[in-house]
Design a protein around this ligand. Structure first.
Ligand code: FES
Ligand code: FES
Length: 150
């Protein structure tokens, strides 16, 4: 089935089954491998992208639910004001360890700052609680979000 989807301000024509997860479309059809596969069942956050600015688990988002929504991925998040601040803070605070979870972490953090430029600790915990990091970088993530919010 043919779909036109808008990813990072570019429209792509794709031909996949309607129940194909957005994650597979991004990675396998469009070759955008910055978005990661972790659990596949919305439990880890590694696959987080933005759909109309909202942090969304792409592993459980069928492509036929996207319609005309705007998708943003880690490849382009630095072009947004919140994303650029988050990326700088991530580098300044040396957040990353193995890195596997980090594109999802950054996408969730950027969505938080876009909607709430000055989050409280509780806001941060709430927004980031679904993003798992096996390396335990949570404290640096929180500090980096606070830096980006200053
Ligand atoms: S791969 Fe989507 S939440 Fe884990
Ligand atoms: S940095 Fe390794 S899983 Fe998060």
């Amino acid at each position: 089935m043919a779909f036109n989807i808008k990813v990072n301000d570019n429209t792509h024509s794709i031909d996949v089954d309607g129940d194909t997860p957005l994650l597979w479309v991004l990675r396998d059809v469009l070759g955008m491998t910055g978005t990661k596969f972790g659990c596949g069942v919305a439990l880890c956050g590694a696959c987080t992208v933005h759909v109309d600015g909202v942090a969304t688990r792409s592993c459980i988002t069928p492509i036929d639910t996207i319609g005309t929504s705007e998708i943003a991925t880690i490849e382009a998040i630095g072009a947004t004001a919140a994303g650029a601040k988050i990326q700088k803070a991530w580098l300044d605070r040396e957040v990353v360890q193995c890195g596997y979870c980090q594109s999802g972490q950054i996408m969730s953090a950027a969505a938080l700052l876009s909607s709430n430029p000055h989050p409280t600790d509780a806001d941060i915990d709430d927004a980031m609680s679904g993003n798992i990091c096996r390396c335990g970088t949570y404290l640096r993530i929180r500090e980096a979000i606070k830096q980006a919010a200053q």
